[in-house]
Design a protein around this ligand. Structure first.
Ligand code: MG
Length: 294
């Protein structure tokens, strides 16, 4: 994550030198205004909270009545809670999910971080934000060609990648995958991430949910104190390691729970899934936003 910032020029505008790069056309505008120009729906005019939630096992975890209630609350708070979905899903999968959950009242978020940090998109249109993707693509260029033949020789991976958008995502058989073999893959300048005993993600170096979120926050020009992240699996660890206020929901995977002692700003909720998010918001002093919880 730090490596991506090594080229930063301290004399230039906010956002430059991050994974997002310096931008091109409208450099004299404030970063948030420039970001807004690429979004189909307005960001909140007065942002009290940036709520960054993983989907599977986190926002999507809960009974149907509970999810309906939480989704209705999110919809009512759009004017003051900037909502970011941060997921391992690719945009096609996010689109299917939004369509399915709409029946329960889930509205599109303002922004989507997809592909475990390798994609950033407008939440309303799901159009990828080129200004975010170009630097990630530059880090990924040529890597897939190098590691695909090596990954084909590793037992316990799905025969073909499940997703190839600036990363390679595989389903895994945890009983057959020898994770010690991943060091040889990482020697080719990629990061390997196993999460949920279900997936292997091969990522551009230094790119993850945490690095991409930090880049996004530079563009939003917001203080870290207004941000809360939430997640349940090891691909959420990078968000928690940013030092932002974070909620590890009650159903978190064991590997993530083992990391808890090293995470200074992470609250371990008792409640599972979407109720764990609300418990965490109360813990971090955002309970007043829940007063109108339907
Ligand atoms: Mg999850």
């Amino acid at each position: 994550m730090q490596g991506q910032r090594a080229d930063a020029d301290p004399g230039v505008e906010p956002g430059a030198g991050s994974v997002w790069g310096p931008g091109t056309d409208d450099r004299r505008r404030a970063p948030r205004t420039r970001l807004q120009r690429h979004l189909a729906a307005p960001l909140p005019s007065s942002i009290e909270l940036v709520l960054v939630t993983d989907l599977d096992g986190t926002l999507l975890e809960g009974s149907v009545p509970t999810r309906r209630r939480v989704y209705r609350w999110l919809a009512c708070q759009r004017h003051r809670v900037l909502q970011v979905f941060s997921t391992g899903r690719d945009l096609r999968s996010v689109a299917r999910l939004l369509s399915a959950e709409a029946a329960l009242g889930l509205h599109p978020p303002h922004l989507v971080i997809g592909d475990v940090g390798c994609t950033v998109a407008c939440g309303a249109s799901l159009t990828p934000l080129a200004l975010a993707l170009e630097p990630i693509e530059a880090l990924w260029r040529g890597r897939a060609e190098k590691v695909l033949p090596l990954l084909a020789l590793v037992p316990g991976l799905s025969p073909q990648p499940l997703s190839t958008d600036r990363r390679l995502a595989y389903g895994i058989d945890p009983l057959r995958l020898d994770t010690s073999r991943l060091a040889a893959i990482e020697a080719h300048g990629v990061d390997c991430l196993v999460s949920g005993d279900k997936y292997l993600d091969v990522l551009p170096p230094g790119v993850n949910k945490g690095s991409t979120l930090l880049g996004l926050l530079e563009w939003l020009e917001l203080e870290p104190a207004r941000v809360v992240t939430a997640g349940d699996s090891l691909n959420d660890l990078a968000m928690f390691e940013t030092g932002l206020q974070s909620v590890m929901v009650g159903n978190a995977e064991p590997g993530l729970v083992r990391a808890l002692p090293g995470l200074a700003r992470t609250y371990r909720a008792r409640a599972h899934g979407c109720l764990g998010i609300l418990e965490g918001l109360r813990h971090f002093g955002f309970g007043h936003l829940l007063d109108g919880l339907p």
